[in-house]
Each structure stands twice: as structure tokens, then as C-alpha cells.
Design a protein around this ligand. Structure first.
Ligand code: 3UK
Length: 539
């Protein structure tokens, strides 16, 4: 299809097309790879489910396994519930709330198949945050896991809500039982919106990113196909919530696209994830760098021989964590940078292409460059803003911030990166997190990486603390491993250690000890919370 042409929408409710940014504010889209030339009419859930071998396993959960035939039947019955008893029409928004379970996955796919728009939300969100999302996406109905309904009850005008995950005698399961087992997919356009993914929003009002049916397939046909190179007999496992596009892709869409299977488990810890890998004999794991760091220490107690590939994303992978993981498991980590705006990973490397210290190269289907201060593409060796384009890209739901993310057709992610002479992209820091101390630019992650090489350091986060003399000073927030105690002498020892690892002017002049670091549900360190704390302490 011609990327700019729009075939007739399958939506009856035209909310999505009305709230897309104006076309001139979209990023440029690339469909150069032959596998990205999708037909004009496309329903991604039908593509993922309706051609599969029904006898093969699709999803594993604590309550058992669903084959592709079983998953498809659940999805079809839920789609009937949405369009029948719930009275929804194509284009309506359905908010989904639940932990990672096969039923949550089926509900998301059913929304796609019914031609509605899924608005998945993280389990830890509170009523106020849910209310904001409901208002922004003008949600028409809610599907909520029974154990997470309390927050919704606090909302004065929550749309019609159906609960799922009970004993099957009430709620969604009871409605499903009364519906036909097969649903013919809504005839949607490839560029009809099917997903509004809200950013985990470290600051400000969350942004809704709008994605099309073809985007769902495009992410499956880029990173997993060309970089991960997963196969039908792979078994995917990991922690990111399905409401985070890292998890939606890695644990659900990617396996389904190739007829493989995914394990969906809730409330995973490093220990229970390791146990689940061993029990299920999982082959592909998706999680955040901090999880791998903690798992590396525990790995010798588990049989992880089934694991063939592990993917790290969500934040920068410290070299120390890459090394620890490889020493513990023999596996070379596939680091990949993705973003909710881009839907999934767009720079990565696997196997012999991995260069420790670099994220990798643009995933086939994507292009990337570094923009200098003047906004022009810079050559190797310049630290600047990372810019990317590909088949997917940023389209915020009615949001002024579209103009900040898309510049001259490039998606500008807010990350400071550098490209080397071989075209590898090296992460430095978030643009806003760059520390400027006495005129020096210091990237916090580099100091973190040095600290993480000290055997007593479990976790750390490095920020700039306001300072009269130097503007900012480097401050490290450190969690020690069991058996180590903070003391002034130990602080001096850590500082000396860093000075030996990296240029001495980068050493943390202040070290604060903590029991844990503030993180989002997606595993990201909340540096702004460390900074507010530093500002408070200073006042
Ligand atoms: C940071 C990384 C360095 C980076 C995501 C994979 O994280 C995801 O989406 P978000 O919208 O955040 C995007 C931002 O997170 N980041 C992510 N991965 C890396 N920084 N190295 C990495 N490997 O600042 C980026 O701009 O929450 C990740 C797939 C889907 C996703 N949504």
C-alpha cells in the first residue's frame, strides 16, 4: 500500500482519526522492507490468530495452558461480548486493567479483533491516574481483573466495567459462555488505530501514543525477525507488563506472530522468574537491566540450560550487568532501545554483532542518526540527540508535545547518544539527565557503570545535585549488597574506586545510601525523585 494513502476506516466511532496529530506533524514512515508492505485492509488480531496451527500451545499461565485454538475461541467470545452485550462499535476505546495473565492477553486481542481500541493500563496505577487516562482516551468500557477493581470503584464516573479472572460463573467469563465461539474480525484499515499506549510518564500528564493495526505487525516483522531471530519452538518469558509495549510485544505479539508460545506470570521477582524459566524450560527472556543484575547473582542455583536468548530494554544496560550476566549464564545479552512512541525496539544487536558498551545498530526497517545542537545529522564521535524513523512512529493523542518528539520527520527520543565510525549507537544518558558540573558534561550512567563494578554495590543511581560553586555535583545513590555497611571510610573507598575506573573529575562527590531505589513499574530508575530528594536535603 502507499503509506500516505488512507483506505476507508473500519471505525464507526471516529474519535481516533479525529484526534491524530495533523499529518504534517507525523514522523516520516519507512516501508522499504518487503515484509512491511501490508494490505490496505488489516486486522492484526486476525493475522496473529486465525492462520495458526490450533493444536500448538500459545499461552502458559498459572491456571494452565491454552492452545492457539483455545486462545482464539476465548478472543472470539470476548469480541462478541464487546460488540453484543456491551454494545460497543468499532473505534470505541476499551480500557484494560490486569496483571500479566492469559485472560488479560485474550482481552487485548479481542479488542483488536472487534475493531475497538485497546487502552491497556499498568496494575499499579491508582484511581486518579486511571481517571486521567479515561478522560484523555474517552474510554467507553472497561475490562478489569477481579482483584484490581477496587481502584475503579473510587472513580465517580467510571464507564461500564466487566470483571474477569473469577471462578467463571460471573463477569466476563459468564458473558463469554453465552456467546458464539467464532467471531469474524472487524474489517479495519491497516491504518486504523487499535492501541493507545500511555507513556509511563515520569513527569507531567501521561501521553497517549496511537498505533495502527499494521504497527502491531510491523514490530513483529522487524526486531524479532531480524535481530532476535526467534523460531516457532521458542518459549518466551519475562516481566514487563502487557500494558507496557515492551511486554506486549515480547511476551504476546512476538511469539504469536511466529506460532511460538509465551508464559504470562504476575508478580515476578528475580527468584520466581528464574524458577519459572527452569520449570517451563523457557528459551527467550525479556526483562529490564536491574532484573538481570539481580538474577545474575542467583543464577547458579537454577537450571537455566534452556535459555538461548535474553533481551534487555527499558533503560541502559550497564557494562557491569552485561558482564555479570554473561559470566553467570554464558549468554550474550541482546540490548535494545525501544520507546512507547515507537512501539518497540529500534536499535539493537545480537550474536556476533554485539559490541559491549553500545546498544547496537538500527534494526532492519529503521534508520537512526545523531542530531547536533543545530539539529543537523552529525557524524561519528559527536554526542547529540538520538533521532529515528521506521515503519512505526510517534503520534500522540491530541497533545502539543507532538512537536517536541517529531522534528523534521525524525522521532527524537530525548536520549543523548553517540555513533561510532562503524555505525554503532552508544547510549550516554537521557538528554535531561546530563550532569553539568564545573563546566564538564558528565553522563550519570557512566558513573553508575563504574560504581556497579564494585563488588559491594547492588544498585545505584547517579544524579546532579544543585551546588552553588559547581552548578551541580555528581551524587550517587547506592544500595549495598547484604553484608556491607555504609560508613565515611567506605564512601572514601568507593570514591577512590570510581576515580581509578573513569576520569577522576566524574567521581561522585556525594554518596547517599539507600535501602532501595525509586523505580517505575517498568523497571526504570526515577531520577527525578532522587533529584527532588537532593533538592529537599539541600534546602
Ligand atoms: C529508555 C533505553 C538505553 C530511553 C520500551 C523496549 O522503554 C521503553 O519505552 P518507554 O516509553 O521509554 C523509552 C525510553 O527508555 N530506554 C529504553 N531502552 C533502552 N535507554 N538503552 C536501552 N536499551 O530513554 C528511551 O527513550 O517506557 C523499550 C520496547 C518497548 C518500549 N516501550
Amino acid at each position: 500500500m502507499i503509506p500516505d494513502a488512507r483506505s476507508a476506516s473500519g471505525h464507526v466511532d471516529t474519535f481516533a482519526r479525529q484526534h491524530l496529530p495533523p499529518r504534517e506533524q507525523w514522523p516520516e514512515l519507512l516501508f522499504e522492507l518487503p515484509e512491511l508492505r501490508y494490505p490496505d485492509r488489516l486486522n492484526c488480531a486476525a493475522e496473529l490468530l486465525d492462520h495458526a496451527n490450533g493444536a500448538r500451545p500459545a499461552l502458559y499461565g498459572v491456571r494452565g495452558t491454552w492452545t492457539y485454538a483455545e486462545l482464539r475461541e476465548k478472543v472470539d467470545r470476548i469480541a462478541h461480548v464487546l460488540r453484543g452485550p456491551l454494545g460497543l462499535v468499532p473505534g470505541n476505546r476499551v480500557l484494560l486493567r490486569g496483571a500479566n495473565t492469559p485472560m488479560m492477553a485474550a482481552a487485548i486481542l479481542a479488542v483488536f479483533k472487534a475493531g475497538c481500541i485497546a487502552v491497556p493500563t499498568m496494575p499499579l496505577l491508582r484511581a486518579r491516574e486511571l481517571g486521567t487516562i479515561m478522560a484523555r482516551a474517552q474510554v467507553d468500557a472497561v475490562l478489569c481483573a477481579g482483584d484490581l477493581c477496587a481502584e475503579l470503584d473510587l472513580l465517580p464516573d467510571c464507564p461500564r466495567t466487566v470483571r474477569f479472572g473469577g471462578d467463571g460463573t460471573q463477569g466476563l467469563e459468564a458473558l463469554m459462555a453465552a456467546q458464539p465461539a467464532a467471531f469474524s474480525p472487524c474489517d479495519t484499515a491497516a491504518d486504523d488505530v487499535c492501541l493507545i499506549g500511555f507513556t509511563s510518564g515520569t513527569t507531567g500528564v501521561p501521553k497517549g501514543t496511537m498505533h495502527f493495526h499494521r504497527d502491531i505487525l510491523a514490530i513483529c516483522d522487524c526486531f524479532p525477525k531480524h535481530t532476535l531471530r526467534a523460531q516457532p519452538d521458542d518459549l518466551f518469558i519475562g516481566t514487563p507488563p502487557l500494558a507496557f509495549t515492551f511486554g506486549l510485544g515480547g511476551l504476546l505479539l512476538f511469539p504469536l506472530r511466529i506460532g511460538a508460545a509465551g508464559v504470562l506470570l504476575e508478580k515476578l521477582t528475580p527468584e520466581t522468574l528464574l524458577g519459572a524459566i527452569e520449570r517451563h524450560r523457557a528459551t527467550v527472556c525479556f526483562t529490564a537491566p536491574t532484573f538481570y543484575r539481580q538474577m545474575a547473582t542467583l543464577a547458579p542455583r537454577y537450571d537455566l540450560s534452556s535459555l538461548a536468548r535474553t533481551v534487555s530494554a527499558g533503560e541502559a544496560l550497564p557494562l557491569a550487568t552485561r558482564t555479570a550476566w554473561q559470566q553467570a549464564t554464558g549468554l550474550r545479552m541482546i540490548d535494545g532501545i525501544g520507546a512507547t512512541e515507537m512501539l518497540h525496539i529500534f536499535i539493537s544487536a545480537a550474536g556476533d554483532d554485539i559490541r559491549p558498551g553500545a546498544t547496537g545498530k538500527p534494526v532492519p526497517g529503521y534508520r537512526a542518526c545523531i542530531l547536533d545542537d543545530a539539529g543537523r545529522p552529525a557524524g561519528p564521535g559527536t554526542i547529540g540527540r538520538l533521532a529515528v524513523k521506521g515503519p512505526t512512529g510517534c503520534r500522540y493523542l491530541a497533545d502539543e508535545r507532538q512537536k517536541d518528539y517529531v522534528i523534521d520527520g525524525w522521532n527524537v527520543t530525548g536520549d543523548a547518544y553517540e555513533m561510532d565510525a562503524d555505525g554503532y549507537f552508544i547510549y550516554r544518558s537521557r538528554v535531561d539527565d546530563m550532569i553539568i558540573s564545573a563546566g564538564y558534561n558528565i553522563a550519570g550512567p557512566e558513573v553508575e557503570d563504574a560504581l556497579l563494578r564494585h563488588p559491594a554495590v547492588a544498585e545505584c543511581g547517579v544524579i546532579g545535585r544543585p551546588d552553588v560553586e559547581r552548578g551541580q555535583i555528581v551524587e550517587a545513590h547506592v544500595v549495598l549488597r547484604p553484608g556491607h555497611e555504609p560508613s565515611p571510610a567506605f564512601t572514601a573507598q568507593l570514591q577512590e574506586f570510581v576515580k581509578r575506573e573513569i576520569a577522576p573529575y566524574k567521581y561522585p562527590r556525594s554518596i547517599v545510601y539507600a535501602q532501595a531505589l525509586p523505580r517505575t513499574e517498568t523497571g526504570k530508575l526515577q531520577r527525578f525523585r532522587l533529584r527532588t530528594q537532593a533538592a529537599k536535603d539541600g534546602a
